[in-house]
Design a protein around this ligand. Sequence first.
Ligand code: PMP
Length: 353
Amino acid sequence: MLKYNFSAGPCVLPQEVFKKAADAVLDFNDLSILEISHRSKDFVQVMEQAQSLAFEHLGLQDKGYKALFLGGGASMQFLMCAYNLLENKAAYLNTGTWSAKAIKEAKMFGEVIEVASSKDSNYNHIPKSYSVPSDVDYFHFQTNNTIFGTQLQETPSVEVPIVCDMSSDIFSRQRDFDKYDLIYAGAQKNMGPAGATLVVVKEEILGKVSRSIPSMLDYKVHISKDSMFNTPPVFPIYVSMLTMQWLKDNGGISWIEELNNKKAGLIYNEIDRNPLFEGFVTDKADRSKMNATFVLKDEAHKDAFDQLWKDAGINGLNGHRSVGGYRASMYNALSVEAVETLVSVMQELERKG
Ligand code: PMP
């Protein structure tokens, strides 16, 4: 039996996508997808389809944005966005390990103003009262903090361009995507295998810094070559395209958002109801619908709980080392049944007490 995979990423993808991807490895128009040229007509179509599906899901068609699928992971975007956009100073919201890493890279290119940080409380909430200076080149934040299980619910209202890491909640819920000037997201959560990173950027914000930018790190270069400046990660892009198509065929972001709300409701209700557990995030409004972090109130139950969820066919529930406890990652392709199984395991632990 296949396991219920609650891993934080790489993670579960739709079975249908796995099957189509496997088929294409063996036969994609009489060749393997792994052996075709990225310049072939067939792959150019895949790239165009992937870009157009990304725009469609985000509602950003014909609004001056370009979509790229780049290598290097979301971590590459930490430096690439600063390289391309940071002339003098930029504002960053520090809500977790990935924010801190983005800040570290940006400091190599200019002044970084950390407008607020929840580091002192181990990132167990999202800072609320802060202001973003109007003279910064951009404001950067993460919508979802994969490790700590917090999620920004509203898009901050600011006067400066917004640069945003949506690696762990892209395509999972509706947002005012047109308020964002640059969105990036590693594929390996809601899109596909690791190796491709989606970058959606408003073209008008580019070309304003005075430094010269190495070609591979220059968004304008990648745009001028339709994301084919060098050999793109063909297979991850193909699988991302399949997942975006799957999302579209089933009803798009509004369909998945309802399911994601249902899954999050199930797990958080149980965390709050079950006397053996408590949530990690202090402000319930900040709870992530993608990654639910929780701990056992009494560690004495740890062995019994670990045995129960493993026996129930659950994989990947251990929390990140900087938080401890458990993390149930519930990306788009995780079934409601998987979350119901986890909830029933938590209830079984309570019964056995
Ligand atoms: N940002 C977020 C929110 C993440 O969750 C991760 C990785 N899980 C990263 C950035 C880094 O991504 P990558 O490993 O693709 O560089």
